[in-house]
Design a protein around this ligand. Structure first.
Ligand code: FES
Length: 158
């Protein structure tokens, strides 16, 4: 029995029905693989007596699940209305310039993935940027070179 399957079974025991554990199980699989490749869906499905298609349908609904490979670091910029009103687009463009990629892309060296997200729940402190899932707020265009510099120092690239 695989280690991932054991972890999923342990999580599933907290729920009255196995299928209710699908989101935490997908999270465990994503932690294992870094994203959700087909084998991750097969493993989650087998552990929870579901189909891979069902697991993928759940994952595809949620923004936090990656259906494609992502970089070693992720930069996510909220472009929803509150952040948009205080300059999220300019912050996004600053990241695009600094990283040399567009939103939805990963740097050629695989160091950083950049994407936009919907409301991150920090509307009063926008523009909100999540760097490796930790919020930075507010992030102005002039803050971007220092953030990218941090990422470059920890990956030797970007
Ligand atoms: S709109 Fe950006 S955090 Fe809510």
């Amino acid at each position: 029995m695989s280690e991932l399957r054991d972890e999923i079974h342990a999580v599933a025991r907290r729920y009255p029905a196995r299928r209710s554990a699908v989101i935490p199980a997908l999270r465990l699989a994503q932690e294992r693989y870094g994203w959700l490749p087909p084998e991750a869906f097969r493993e989650v499905a087998a552990a929870l007596d579901l189909t891979p298609a069902y697991c993928k349908s759940v994952a595809s609904f949620y923004d936090m699940f990656h259906l494609e490979p992502v970089g070693a670091h992720t930069v996510e910029i909220c472009t929803n209305v509150s952040c948009a009103l205080v300059g999220a687009q300019r912050t996004l463009e600053a990241f695009e310039r600094e990283l040399g990629i567009r939103a939805g892309e990963t740097t050629r060296d695989g160091a950083v993935s950049l994407r936009t997200i919907e409301c991150a729940g920090g509307c009063g402190w926008g523009p909100v940027v999540a760097v490796d899932h930790r919020y930075r707020e507010p992030v102005r265009p002039e803050d971007v070179p220092a953030i990218v510099g941090e990422l470059r120092r920890t990956t030797g690239g970007a």
